[in-house]
Design a protein around this ligand. Structure first.
Ligand SMILES: NC(=O)c1ccc[n+]([C@@H]2O[C@H](COP(=O)([O-])OP(=O)(O)OC[C@H]3O[C@@H](n4cnc5c(N)ncnc54)[C@H](OP(=O)(O)O)[C@@H]3O)[C@@H](O)[C@H]2O)c1
Length: 286
């Protein structure tokens, strides 16, 4: 019998900090009015972790929303990320200061290196370690790091990343990396947990399982992540979907159903492979 999951659950990171397991992603929420409306619905539905990035150009919208939300600081958790062109020791320190200001926070909950870059590599992490040592960030982590990037990082790091936020959904289940992260006590957080949408209608199995529980394919997929011990940050700017994505705690998938969804894996990404960005020498990508 699996232990009962709830929307308020947190995962204890490897430094003891508690991170909500089920958060809200804000990539592509580019208009402040739409941003605010979506966040109001999300907060009302119970979301308390908000995942942004300098690259999303909406940290200031999140800061404005949080400052006027009436939520107490200890009740929400904010993640942001250092962008590729801001990597390096001094650049990262500066980028962090800008992000913190936009977010109107004194302390950030989680700061991630958005993508691994071959150069600079260690300098960026050293800047995160410094900010962490100074108490300006509660936990530091990485995003889009595969096992070999982590292996390299660990040759010089003083602080082990607390989180690796990586693409994960039924068409790209990333189970090998998941097992590696589990061994290292690094939390696996899924980005594009819904595969950005298309797989929800292209895989009859998800509908079939959903029909059994009176749930949608999106709810089945999100529940599959949780039962596979993966943290999630789905994004939606559609009020009904925001609520729908929160309502996944009144049913449970069987082991057989989880394994059937695991078998949908095709190793098919919705975005860049980390190594493409890792070795890329042009300053940026879209
Ligand atoms: N670290 C990284 O490199 C990285 C990369 C990508 C994303 N992320 C983070 O991960 C978050 C989530 O990823 P994502 O935004 O790429 O993709 P996602 O959450 O997998 O999917 C979002 C898409 O699915 C649609 N959707 C949401 N709920 C739905 C539902 N119940 N039924 C049908 N369609 C639904 C949304 O449409 P509507 O909005 O129109 O409802 C949107 O088009 C991002 O917002 C960001 O915070 C991080």
């Amino acid at each position: 019998m699996m232990e009962k999951l709830s929307f308020n659950d947190t995962i204890q990171l490897n430094n003891g900090v508690k991170m909500p397991r089920h958060g809200f992603g804000v990539y592509k929420l580019a208009d402040e009015n739409r941003f605010r409306t979506s966040l109001e619905v999300a907060a009302e539905a119970g979301y308390r972790l908000f995942d942004t990035a300098m690259f999303y150009h909406n940290e200031a919208y999140l800061g404005n929303f949080l400052a006027s939300s009436g939520m107490k600081r200890e009740d929400y958790f904010v993640t942001t990320k250092v962008w590729n062109t801001d990597q390096g020791y001094d650049n990262t320190l500066r980028a962090f200061e800008t992000s913190l200001k936009k977010l109107q926070l004194d302390q950030l909950d989680l700061y991630l290196v958005h993508w691994p870059k071959q150069e600079p590599f260690f300098d960026t992490w050293r800047a995160l370690e410094r900010l962490y040592d100074q108490g300006l960030i509660r936990a530091i982590g990485v995003s889009n790091f595969e096992a070999h990037h982590l292996e390299r990082l660990m040759t010089e790091a003083n602080v082990l990343p607390a989180v690796d936020q990586v693409e994960t959904h039924p068409h790209f289940s990333n189970r090998l990396l998941h097992r590696y992260l589990e061994e290292l006590h690094i939390a696996h957080q899924a980005w594009s947990p819904l595969g950005r949408g298309p797989l929800l209608t292209s895989e009859p199995l998800l509908q079939e399982i959903g029909d059994k529980y009176g749930k949608t394919p999106a709810q089945v997929v999100l529940r599959w992540h949780l039962q596979n011990n993966v943290a999630i940050i789905p994004k939606s700017e559609t009020p009904e979907r925001i609520r729908e994505n929160a309502s996944i705690y009144d049913f449970a998938l069987t082991g057989q159903e989880i394994r059937a969804i695991d078998r949908l894996n095709r190793g098919e990404r919705v975005s860049n492979a980390p190594d493409v960005i890792y070795v890329r020498t042009e300053p940026d990508f879209q």
